[in-house]
Design a protein around this ligand. Sequence first.
Ligand code: GDP
Ligand code: MG
Length: 166
Amino acid sequence: KSGFVSIIGRPNVGKSTFLNKVVGQKIAIMSDKPQTTRNKVQGVYSENQAQIVFIDTPGIHKPKHKLGDFMMKVAQNTLKEVDIILFMINAEEGYGRGDEFIIEKLQGTSTPVFLVINKIDQIHPDQLLPLIEKYNNLYSFKEIIPISALEGNNVPTLVDQIKAYL
Ligand code: GDP
Ligand code: MG
């Protein structure tokens, strides 16, 4: 099995931390060089059964300056071309304006979207359900997976869920 996964989410939700954790010692590609392609490969998870290419999708974060229509279309087309989109949120911060912007962009795609609730090590378990309910009302997520990218909790489960969709 192999496929492409785009990780989107507001700054500081833990996207890079997750990538480092999931790609671990098995880094096949990890480039800081500027890439001319519109999709920046950030890491490849590979094992005997699966290869998962994680990519960054520039332009899907709420821009500080108004992005041209073209850039926005490029970003949205990218989301249509990947196999799975991971929409990562910070459990500590909850819902915010940046999420509203991203969810708006997700409405135009039929690609499966997983809600990844990160930093669960920072919250009380009771806080999880209200958060899930809030986001469930905003978008029809295929899977909702709480993780701690820092500590690694549930990260293997998330990888298994990704594999199940490839
Ligand atoms: P990005 O901007 O989405 O790539 O976020 P980063 O991966 O750079 O993480 C932002 C900050 O959150 C860093 O200080 C991380 O150490 C921290 N962080 C990321 N994941 C977790 C987590 O699961 N738990 C906790 N407590 N901190 C985390
Ligand atoms: Mg980052």
